[in-house]
Ligand binder design. Structure first.
Ligand SMILES: Nc1ncnc2c1ncn2[C@@H]1O[C@H](COP(=O)(O)OP(=O)(O)OP(=O)(O)O)[C@@H](O)[C@H]1O
Ligand SMILES: [Mg+2]
Length: 374
């Protein structure tokens, strides 16, 4: 079944231009590493004040991130990869080379890398306004983002993903689209970070699923259930992210709607009750109701349980823009999974067996829940 979120399905443009030619040339060479700038370890050590604690800006599943300043004054983000990955150096460099080729205004630019003994380090452009989990979802946040900022953030992320999915050859499925991987520049324009990185870690499903609570809230049910990784899993995560941006609430929490509900579950309940505006961030004092409603409905199209019903990112861009009428008759309920470690309350909330089905996975403790359409 194809997505039919609006009238007829749209043709997706494939840009197979000189990049394509360039790519195949490089494949023939067996993956040149000449394109990626190599930073010396010493240069990065000096830039980060010897990887000083005070320069540390975060830590994720791939390693620790430090802020650095190069001799020429350029600010950089230095990501030291944890080196348990058994990947060979050549394979690593080939992968890095592919990522460093990818340039788009809504993607964090990889400036180069450094391999020094066991240390593998990636150097990115530095983004002043941090990630959206800190700028928007942290209760202690100091920045106030209005609707103009927030809609631009959603649209920018959509453009970045559409580029990765539909313009780039070969396509990149991000696999880890979430608030901490969306960084904001000085004008609060969004840039997607860490694309292509999951490929460097063969055990990325473990990386994603065993990490901090909250990552799980972004994962498409078919990905967790059957390991099916398509661009529609990213579309699902984009939908969750959009709900977070509009509501100012994190999908890491599981107690929405006065009960133990996930954000996407609560959003669907409000949609059905025609109270979707209750989801909007109370910090947003003024906003265009119809447009905000449209964004939330697009998010619901993206989180539908059946992957093939979710739109492509190029369609999402059209759906978010003003002149398209959404075909809500086609909208079906979301699928989601709950990490049983974090939602023990949810297990006892006595969900009606008439409205949901659960599947227990044996490899790690999660429960998949899919609402059955009415
Ligand atoms: N290019 C950057 N510019 C500024 N801050 C950054 C940059 N890259 C990462 N950060 C900061 O470092 C933090 C940690 O990033 P990191 O990617 O290591 O972890 P994560 O996104 O939480 O998890 P994951 O490992 O799954 O990506 C981010 O939340 C962000 O605040
Ligand atoms: Mg990250």
């Amino acid at each position: 079944m194809n997505c039919s979120c609006f009238g007829s399905s749209k043709k997706v443009l494939q840009k197979k231009d000189d990049k394509d030619v360039h790519q195949s040339e490089r494949e023939e060479e067996g993956g040149s590493i000449a394109k990626t700038k190599n930073f010396s370890y010493n240069e990065l050590r000096v830039a980060t004040n010897n990887f000083h604690q005070s320069n540390k800006i975060g830590r994720g599943g791939f390693g620790t991130v430090y802020k650095g300043i190069l001799k020429n004054g350029t600010q950089i983000a230095v990501k030291t990869l944890s080196t348990e990955s058994k990947q060979g150096l050549h394979e690593f460099m080939t992968e890095i080379d592919t990522i460093s080729d990818v340039k788009h205004p809504n993607l964090v630019e990889l400036l180069g890398c450094c391999v020094h003994g066991p240390n593998k380090i990636l150097v990115y452009e530095y983004l002043e306004n941090n990630s959206i989990d800190r700028a928007l979802l942290d209760p202690r946040r100091s920045i106030k983002l209005d609707w103009e900022n927030r809609s631009a953030i959603c649209m920018g992320i959509a453009r970045g993903l559409a580029y990765l999915h539909e313009e780039l050859v070969p396509h990149i499925v991000h696999r880890d689209v979430k608030a901490s991987n969306i960084l904001l520049d000085k004008d609060f324009q969004p840039k997607i970070g860490d694309f292509g990185l999951a490929k460097l870690f063969p055990d990325d499903i473990t990386h994603i699923s065993t990490k901090v609570a909250g990552t799980t809230g972004y994962l498409a049910p078919e990905y967790v259930l059957g390991g099916q990784l398509t661009m529609k899993a990213d579309v699902y995560s984009f939908g969750v992210l959009t709900l977070e941006v509009v509501s100012g609430r994190s999908s890491a929490y599981t107690n929405y709607g006065g009960a133990y509900k996930l954000l996407v579950e609560w959003a669907w309940e409000l949609y059905e009750a025609e109270k979707l505006l209750d989801l909007v961030d109370p910090q947003l004092e003024e906003f265009p109701e119809n447009e905000v409603l449209r964004y939330m409905k697009v998010a619901l199209f993206c989180t539908q349980a059946t992957a093939s019903r979710r739109p492509l990112m190029s369609q999402v861009i059209e759906m978010l823009s003003k002149d398209v009428k959404l075909n809500e008759k086609q909208l079906t309920p979301p699928g989601f999974f709950e990490d049983s470690k974090h939602v023990s309350g949810s297990m006892s909330k006595n969900k009606s067996s008439e409205t949901s089905t659960s599947h227990q996975m044996s490899s790690f403790p999660i429960t998949i829940t899919q609402l059955i359409p009415r």
